[in-house]
Design a protein around this ligand. Structure first.
Ligand SMILES: NC(=O)c1ccc[n+]([C@@H]2O[C@H](COP(=O)([O-])OP(=O)(O)OC[C@H]3O[C@@H](n4cnc5c(N)ncnc54)[C@H](OP(=O)(O)O)[C@@H]3O)[C@@H](O)[C@H]2O)c1
Length: 251
């Protein structure tokens, strides 16, 4: 049994990771600002990490504005690494996005790439899990892509259920450090436009999704395969049609 501190353990992925690790007999501790642990200010970090074997970072920035998101991921990761060194933590696991290592102009991805670089250079044994877009993110994508009419490019992707992401992260945290990056994805390739169109249609959302290769995705024009995993990706089973009835997208 390991003592595993989950930074962002109250979030969508974090809460599932804590539950899965606990089910498997580990001592999993959810740490986030709501429980007095703030990775950006450093508040409560030293206490939370005392005696920890593993730290899982599935926190997310409250703001996706370019400067704010870069500040969030670099400051929080720097603070975590320093606290982990102090506490003698033997494995840092982080969740990031497929595509951060490709040429693209998405500010959020640049911030995640900076986070990954700090981890790789930290000297602490690590595992970095790159996930494709979550089905749960459909509402969020729609909300940032237009009002009555949602304009999205047909960039290919292989979206995944948050439950499957949490399975991968929990399994990685319970294993030995990989000192490498891995990719995980769902079972079906589809366009970004198609994902959102199917999600909105399922819940009877009146907005139409217009396919537009020039429409930005989080401020950037997408190439066809920027969001696609590479060979060697681990593919999880849950399909969109299985997921939708149980999980109407959050708006
Ligand atoms: N959305 C996608 O499609 C996608 C795809 C691939 C990878 N990811 C990655 O998945 C990760 C988790 O995303 P999510 O959707 O599960 O996030 P989420 O539901 O928004 O949860 C964010 C978590 O971060 C915590 N947090 C916020 N500020 C913090 C701080 N200063 N210090 C410590 N914890 C803090 C929150 O704590 P409180 O509850 O206390 O506020 C919450 O537990 C992110 O790193 C993201 O990059 C997302």
């Amino acid at each position: 049994m390991a003592r595993i501190v989950v930074i962002g353990g109250t979030g969508l992925i974090g809460s599932k990771v804590v539950a899965k690790l606990t089910d498997h007999g580990h001592e999993a501790i959810a740490a986030s600002p709501n429980s007095g642990v703030n990775a950006v200010t450093g508040e409560g970090l030293a206490e939370a990490l005392r005696g920890a074997d593993v730290v899982v970072d599935v926190s997310n920035s409250p703001s996706f504005e370019p400067a704010a998101v870069m500040e969030f991921f670099t400051t929080s990761t720097g603070n975590l690494i320093a606290a982990e060194r102090e506490a003698g933590v033997g494995h840092h696991v982080a969740l990031t996005v497929v595509g951060t290592d490709r040429p693209q102009e998405i500010a959020y991805f640049h911030a995640k790439a900076a986070q990954e670089k700090l981890i790789r250079e930290s000297g602490i044994p690590y595992s970095i899990v790159h996930a494709t877009q979550f089905f749960e993110f459909i509402g969020g994508i729609a909300a940032t892509s237009g009002d009555d009419e949602v304009r999205l490019p047909p960039a290919l992707m292989q979206p995944i259920a948050a439950e499957d992401v949490a399975t991968a992260v929990a399994r990685t945290a319970a294993g030995s450090p990989l000192n490498a990056d891995i990719e995980i994805a769902g079972p079906e390739v589809m366009g970004l436009d198609e994902l959102v169109r199917r999600g909105l249609a399922f819940r009877g959302d009146a907005r139409t999704v217009v396919t537009d290769p020039d429409a930005p995705y989080f401020g950037a024009r997408m190439q066809e395969r920027t969001l696609m995993p590479v060979d060697g990706v681990e593919v999880f089973a849950t399909t969109l049609d299985e997921w939708l009835p149980a999980n109407p997208p959050r708006s």
